[in-house]
Design a protein around this ligand. Structure first.
Ligand code: SF4
Ligand code: SF4
Ligand code: SF4
Length: 147
């Protein structure tokens, strides 16, 4: 299956990938409308790790043997038939075990509407290419098979 990869030598720490992720996970699919009119505001499922002078986008790698799925105490994480690791958000109890078990620390923990919960990259289900990959101005992000 295809996965997202970040080439750190091309990442310029612009965060456009994270903004595209927010827009792709909003009701309106429009960043400005999402941030000004939607409640709750959509949140990115990935982030940019910054250790000056290096930066890199961090997304789920959709591991073949996902430690997050194995560790989830609520059975909220699963791998679909295409190999994409997904989260039943309504089942998540926000314990953070998945983040601790993930070798990349990929799941994000947030508090939304007073409830702590995890969020993770879903490879933008329904889109051919994930929004972050499309948005990267320096081609630091690739979406390809077999890495
Ligand atoms: S959009 Fe590309 S260059 Fe900008 S922070 Fe994200 S990965 Fe790095
Ligand atoms: S959240 Fe982490 S452990 Fe789970 S599939 Fe993604 S990269 Fe692998
Ligand atoms: S935070 Fe949610 S998804 Fe992660 S292990 Fe706990 S219940 Fe499962």
């Amino acid at each position: 299956m295809k996965r997202i990869h970040c080439q750190t030598e091309y990442c310029v720490n612009c965060h456009l990938c994270a903004l595209a992720c927010i827009a792709a996970h909003s009701e309106s699919q429009d960043l400005l409308k999402a941030m000004t009119r939607e409640d709750p505001k959509p949140v990115a499922r990935m982030w940019v790790e910054e250790k000056y002078p290096v930066s890199m986008a961090v997304q789920c790698h959709h591991c073949q043997d996902p430690k997050c799925v194995e560790s989830c105490i609520a059975g909220a994480l699963y791998k679909n038939e295409q190999g994409v690791v997904l989260l039943h958000e309504e089942m998540c109890v926000g314990c953070g075990t998945c983040q601790a078990a993930c070798p990349y620390g990929a799941p994000k923990l947030i508090t939304l509407d007073g409830r702590r919960r995890a969020l993770k990259c879903d490879l933008c289900q329904g889109r051919e290419v994930p929004a972050c990959v499309e948005a990267c101005p320096n081609l630091a992000l690739t979406y390809e098979e077999g890495r």
